[in-house]
Design a protein around this ligand. Structure first.
Ligand SMILES: NC(=O)c1ccc[n+]([C@@H]2O[C@H](COP(=O)([O-])OP(=O)(O)OC[C@H]3O[C@@H](n4cnc5c(N)ncnc54)[C@H](OP(=O)(O)O)[C@@H]3O)[C@@H](O)[C@H]2O)c1
Length: 258
């Protein structure tokens, strides 16, 4: 008899937030490719529909769910909609996010608060709703939070963004410790420089003069492909990680080591 595949996600259902583009879209497609059903959730409906449509066209199972993670009711509704569509919910990649490149001297209180709301408070609320759902259902799940190595390294002009991601790392540890008794696991992934940057700063790391400065600081000597975040995501969501919780995994080509 063939051994069950390690990291098998067949018949599992997951939510990916911020999945209309970038990292979230890549992970949603990757999870579907691993056999899972996926709720492609994000702010811009047409983006989510395109990603879900591409997954379906490749033989996968996906629904598009437009939602704004800053709205508590919409977080709860996303969970209900996913469960309604797939009859189960085994985990979530909480990945949505916004960026801000601004000198701290020029950053306003409103901008700082907006970063915390979009990147941290919304993560807490989404996780809390997932936790309530799984505790009530009596069947636990696994959460992957999208952090960044800016959560512990100081980059130029990333004070507000970096602080929001530092909060994500502590949220990961805190929820992991609190919820282990319910069987709920929470882990975090920290990308470094990737081939696709966030909305609003697309391509800024591709200019030759910028690359010349950054690439020598990355031991791997290159930016990461979005696909290179998939293996860790599958691992954290799978039963193979049943005893792994509260962990941050840097996926940055060694940037944070040197
Ligand atoms: N790319 C990188 O180099 C990098 C490196 C380290 C960490 N990260 C982290 O990885 C995650 C994804 O990054 P990315 O590069 O894929 O970013 P992206 O291309 O800018 O995509 C972010 C996605 O999140 C959605 N979103 C933002 N706020 C939302 C909200 N309140 N509710 C629902 N959806 C929301 C966006 O929707 P709209 O387009 O409709 O606004 C968009 O689809 C972020 O958490 C980011 O901080 C990225």
């Amino acid at each position: 008899m063939a051994a069950a595949s390690l990291f098998d996600l067949k018949d599992r259902a997951f939510i990916v937030t911020g999945a209309g583009r970038g990292i979230g879209a890549e992970l949603a497609a990757g999870l579907a490719g691993a056999g899972a059903s996926v709720a492609v959730a994000g702010r811009t409906a047409v983006d989510c529909e395109t990603v879900a449509g591409d997954i379906a066209a490749s033989g996968g199972r996906a629904i598009a769910v437009p939602f704004d993670a800053r709205d508590e009711a919409q977080c709860a509704a996303l969970i209900g909609r996913t469960n309604q569509a797939f009859g189960r919910l085994d985990g979530a990649v909480v990945n949505h996010g916004i960026g801000l490149h601004r000198d701290a001297l020029e950053t306003t209180r409103a901008e700082f608060a907006e970063m915390l709301d979009g990147n941290l408070t919304s993560y807490f609320v989404m996780c809390r709703e997932l936790g309530r759902y799984w505790v009530t259902a009596g069947s636990p799940g696994s959460i992957v939070l999208m952090s960044s190595n800016a959560s512990f390294l100081a980059y130029d002009e990333l004070a507000a963004y970096g602080v929001s991601k530092a909060g994500v790392d502590q949220l990961c540890r805190q929820l992991a410790a609190e919820w282990a008794k319910h069987g709920i696991r929470v882990n975090a992934i920290g990308p470094g420089y990737m081939t696709a940057s966030m909305k609003g700063i697309e391509g800024i790391y591709d200019a030759p003069e910028v690359k010349t400065k950054i690439l020598p600081k990355i031991p791997a000597g290159r930016y990461g492909a979005l696909r290179e975040l998939l293996g860790a995501t599958v691992y954290f969501l799978s039963d193979e990680a049943a005893y792994t919780t509260g962990q941050y995994l840097a996926i940055d080509g060694g940037y944070s080591l040197v």
